[in-house]
Every structure is written in C-alpha cells, then in structure tokens.
Design a protein around this ligand. Structure first.
Ligand SMILES: Cc1cc2nc3c(=O)[nH]c(=O)nc-3n(C[C@H](O)[C@H](O)[C@H](O)COP(=O)(O)OP(=O)(O)OC[C@H]3O[C@@H](n4cnc5c(N)ncnc54)[C@H](O)[C@@H]3O)c2cc1C
Length: 529
C-alpha cells in the first residue's frame, strides 16, 4: 500500500462521511468559520538539510549492512524524521523538517545491528530505532547535534517459530500488525493486539511504547503478552528467559517494555498468544448518560467479565459519532459498544450476565448492527484527521488512566481544563476503552479552528492544560501513547526524583554515550514543568 507522507495511511483512501454537508455545518456551528488549508504537494518541495555523513562513514555503513540497506534518499530521510501526531502533520504538511535524520538503515540480522551500534559508538552517531513511525509523542524525531541514523526494523520481520503447545511465538520486532496476525491466525492463534494504528505499526514499536489494542480489556496490553525479549544496546545484548512467571528478581521484560528506543534496539520477542475465538459477538447500547455507562463498565469488570470490546463514548463523542457515521444530529445519550470473544458457550453466558448489568443501568440495546459496523471500520477514523487538517481544524487525541473511584472527577477536570484552554470555542470529547478490575483509561479527542500561523503554540496550550490536569488529578501521564518528547518534561514530577534517578542510572549502564534515541523518555536534570 503506498503510504501518505503528509497524513495517515493508504494514499488512495479517504474517510467516508455519511452526510458531509451536515458534518461540516455542525463543525462550523461549534468551531466557527474554518478556511481551506494549503499543504505541500510533493516531498521534493521540502528543503532538507544535506546528510551529515561523509563518504568514508557511508562506506563503513555499507560494509556492515550491504549497499541496499543504507539510504540517504531525500524522501526516505524525510518520512523517517517525524511521526504521525498532530505536531508532526502540521510540520510535514508545510515542509518544515528542521532536524532530519541523516541516513536510514535497514538491518537484516542481530549481527548487523550489533555492528551498526559499534560503528555508531566509534563515529559518535545517534541511533533511532524505527518501527512504523506512528509515534504520536515525537518518539522518532532526531534531536541533538550528532549525525543520526534511523534504524528501520522492517527487514527483521520473520515469524521464527510458533510453539502450538504453549501458545507462544518467536517473532522479529519489525513485523507489521497485519502480517503478524495473518501468520498467527494460520496457526489457529491471535495476539489480540489491534491498536488503531495496527496496519502501520510494528511489534517492536508496540513493546517499546507499551501499546494498548482496541481489544485490550480481554487480551491485555502488549507488555502483558511479552514472555521474553531480545535487546541490543551499545556494547552488548540480552535475551530474557522465556518462562511464564519467575521470582528471580525484578522482571527485566518490564524494564525493556516502554524503553522507547532509549535503552537499545528490541530485535525479537517471544509473545503470548490466545486461541482464535470461535465467535465474536459485538453489540451497541445507548446509556442515559456517561456516568451510568461508567458504572456499568465497572460492575462488569469487577464481576469478572472480560469483554473483548468495551468502548463507552461520552455524550459529546456519541453525538459526533452518530453524525459522522449515520448523518444523525442531536444525539444526547452515551453510546456503549460491547462485545465478547470465545467459544459459543462462553460468549452466550457472558452476554447473559452483561445484559443484566446493562438493564440495571437503563441501557437500551441497538443490537449487533453498530457493533459489526465498528468492526468493519475500526481502522478508518484516522483518515478523518486529514480532511480536518485540510479545513484548518486542529485535531488531536490524548489519554490517561485512573482508578474507578477517581474516574469521573479526573474525566471532568481534564475535559474542563482543555475546554477552557480553547477559550470555550472547541470540542472536547472522550471515551473509556481499556478497562481493568481497578480502573480504566480515558481517551480524549479535541478540535478547534486553527490559529493561523500559531498552530503549534495553540496546540501546546491545550496539551499543557490537559497534562497539568492529569498530573494534578492523579492520572497516568500516559496510558499507552508513551513519553517521547511531548511528555518528557512532566516525567520527573509524575514519578518523583528517586524514580527518575533509577531510570537515569539504567540509561547510564546501557547507553553511557547517549547514542540511543537521545532526548526521548528521560528528562534532563534541568527540565521542569
Ligand atoms: C492514527 C493513530 C492511531 C494510534 N492508535 C493507537 C492505539 O490504538 N494504541 C496505542 O497504543 N497506540 C496508538 N497509536 C500510537 C502508535 O501507533 C503506537 O505508539 C505504536 O506502538 C508505535 O509503533 P511503531 O511501530 O509505529 O513505532 P515507532 O513510531 O516507529 O516508534 C515508537 C517508539 O518506539 C521506539 N521503537 C520502535 N521500534 C523499536 C524497536 N524495535 N526497539 C526499540 N525501540 C523501538 C522508537 O524509537 C520510538 O521511540 C496510534 C497512532 C496513530 C498515528
């Protein structure tokens, strides 16, 4: 699939609004007038700084990797220099890549990765591990003064082995979602990991960011499904033992998960699989309000139910969804998508219990239609962002997680902080989509008319207001988007000085010369909020 360099996904695809005229006039009522926004038409129009590598250095890289695995091509460098968050898209659409990577390398083996890291140490290069480049927190953007190599893992994408008895697979870190699932499905298994970026993100990227899929309530976040992992760092490599549980000191898998390329390169992992479900039964309900929906979700999770799909939209998101997908205006209720996977008997008995909970909370069933429609279009929503950017609409998402007792207070205080940072002229909507026995995540989408010429400053004001509310309100600094650049300066306040010192000492041990993804994850000692 040809990927869009200036936006999301397949170049040939666009978001299909049910009733475009109604949708745009609804937005104009809420956001005020928006103008069409111009963008560069071709990557050739970007003035990219020349690569800061001389012929000797390039020849050394080619000796290690082979001629075809080293690229200084402009387009290749440009698309490897930014991720896919709002800040990235605003910049790439206007051709603003102030800090491009100097070369993109495509290793094919662990030995080549070890040799690239040796070369990086002796030549004082930085190295950025790159999976699909779908980071929304600035995770793949070059920072610092050193020449940078972006190490794209896509040629390390083999399913090496499937242990059908244990339900485990050994897989190269550069594999993309669809190829991984196809191979696992053929063996009768699934990883059950479907982030909205599934088609364009990789196993290594998921582990490095502690990603969460749309079915995480049943299948778990990615870090729960890592049995073992192999990490190369400057000067060494480790492979953690492949065991289901251990009491052999702290779990190193959990230190590597979320390390965001700052500790080393994840080259492969042994992942925990689930049997392909015999049946998936996804349905929709309308709840009287978001609060009743949250109560219903909590009751289900605390009674031991594990829905595969649990997505409860607040009233604002429900209204927008009805308008986008059905062209219907004025919905004031809360949309609850709920689904179970499993064998026939399990799905039937789960639904019986869930129906009783929904009834107690005055949910009214919309049947299976909206659930099936959600499944068919589950990866489509990001395409709408490109249409909105074409109309000068700021649109971004952010997320957190908290305990059930703090859920509604945090949901409201963060929403209100974002709303007031937009001067009351924006839309803030939210949903609950990853639920646990003891709490759940909140995922916000916010929109406003762009302030022409100050798009990034305007975004930063909303982001700062939201993050302040999250940190003050006791939420997770991130539930699944990770730290990257965007959350880095908040990490010390969030974790505390002692915990940051532990992270810094790990970095010093694994990467003493700061080769690996500098400026990501770990704040400098001078940085404050
Ligand atoms: C439209 C859209 C929807 C999204 N939906 C979700 C969602 O539902 N759930 C979710 O969790 N996230 C989501 N994300 C965020 C993003 O897709 C995830 O963070 C994903 O895990 C990144 O994977 P990637 O392969 O693209 O990694 P990249 O973006 O390439 O890298 C992300 C970070 O991981 C590091 N890294 C990558 N590969 C490796 C490796 N092999 N070894 C060491 N470090 C590595 C990079 O250096 C970087 O710091 C979404 C993003 C977009 C744009």
């Amino acid at each position: 699939m040809p990927a869009k360099w200036w936006g999301w996904g397949d170049e040939r695809k666009s978001f299909a609004l049910a009733d475009p005229q109604r949708f745009w006039s609804f937005l104009e009522q809420r956001l005020g007038q928006t103008a069409e926004s111009a963008r560069l038409r071709s990557l050739d129009e970007i003035a990219l700084r020349p690569a800061r590598l001389d012929e000797r250095q390039l020849a050394a890289l080619r000796r290690v990797l082979g001629d075809g695995n080293v690229s200084v091509d402009r387009a290749d460098r440009a698309v490897h220099s930014l991720g896919k968050g709002y800040r990235d898209l605003v910049r790439i659409r206007r051709g603003d890549i102030a800090s491009p990577t100097d070369a993109v390398v495509y290793p094919e083996s662990d030995a080549q990765i070890a040799a690239v890291l040796d070369l990086a140490a002796s030549e004082a290069f930085s190295v950025i591990p790159f999976g699909g480049g779908t980071s929304v927190v600035g995770g793949v953007e070059p920072l610092g003064d050193k020449p940078t190599l972006t190490l794209d893992l896509r040629r390390m994408a083999r399913v090496v082995a499937v242990d059908r008895v244990s339900g485990l697979a050994t897989v190269g870190a550069g594999i993309f979602g669809p190829a991984l699932e196809a191979a696992l499905n053929a063996a009768g298994f699934t990883l059950g990991h479907f982030p909205q970026s599934f088609e364009y993100s990789t196993l290594g990227g998921w582990i490095a960011t502690r990603s969460a899929g749309q079915n995480s309530t049943r299948y778990g976040k990615i870090e729960e499904n890592v049995e073992s992992v192999r990490l190369h760092f400057p000067g060494g490599a480790i492979e953690t033992p492949a065991v289901p549980a251990a009491a052999a000191g702290p779990d190193l898998n959990q230190i590597i998960a979320g390390s965001e390329g700052a500790f080393g390169v994840i080259t492969s992992a042994v992942i925990r699989l689930a049997r392909l479900p015999e049946r998936s039964d996804y349905r929709a309900y309308l709840m009287p309000d978001f609060e009743r929906g949250v109560e219903a979700a909590r009751e289900m999770l605390q009674s031991g139910l594990r829905p595969s799909l649990l997505r409860l939209s607040d009233e604002a998101e429900s209204e927008a969804t009805a308008l986008m997908q059905a062209g219907a205006e004025g919905l004031t209720l809360s949309l609850f998508l709920l689904g179970f996977d499993g064998d026939e008997a399990e799905v039937r008995s789960s639904w019986k219990r869930a129906e009783a909970v929904m009834e107690r909370h005055a949910g009214s069933s919309l049947g299976a239609g909206p659930g099936d429609a959600w499944r068919r279009s589950r990866f489509e929503a990001p395409y709408l962002r490109d249409l909105l950017l074409d109309r000068s609409v700021m649109v971004d998402t952010l997320e957190t997680a908290t305990t059930w007792s703090n859920y509604l207070p945090l949901y409201r205080s963060t929403r209100d902080a974002m709303q007031s940072a937009m001067g009351g002229h924006g839309i803030v909507m939210a949903h609950l989509s990853h639920a646990y026995t003891h709490g759940a995540s909140v995922y916000y989408t916010f929109l406003a008319a762009q302030r022409n010429g100050e798009e990034l400053e305007q975004w930063q004001e909303v982001k700062d207001a939201a993050t302040r509310a999250i940190v003050d309100g006791g939420g997770a600094l991130s539930h699944h988007h990770a730290i990257g650049v965007e959350h880095r300066r908040w990490l010390t306040e969030y974790l505390g000085d002692g915990s940051i010192e532990i992270l810094r000492s790990l970095k010093r041990v694994l990467d003493p010369s700061d080769i690996m993804n500098p400026g990501k994850l770990i704040p400098s000692s001078k940085e404050t909020t």
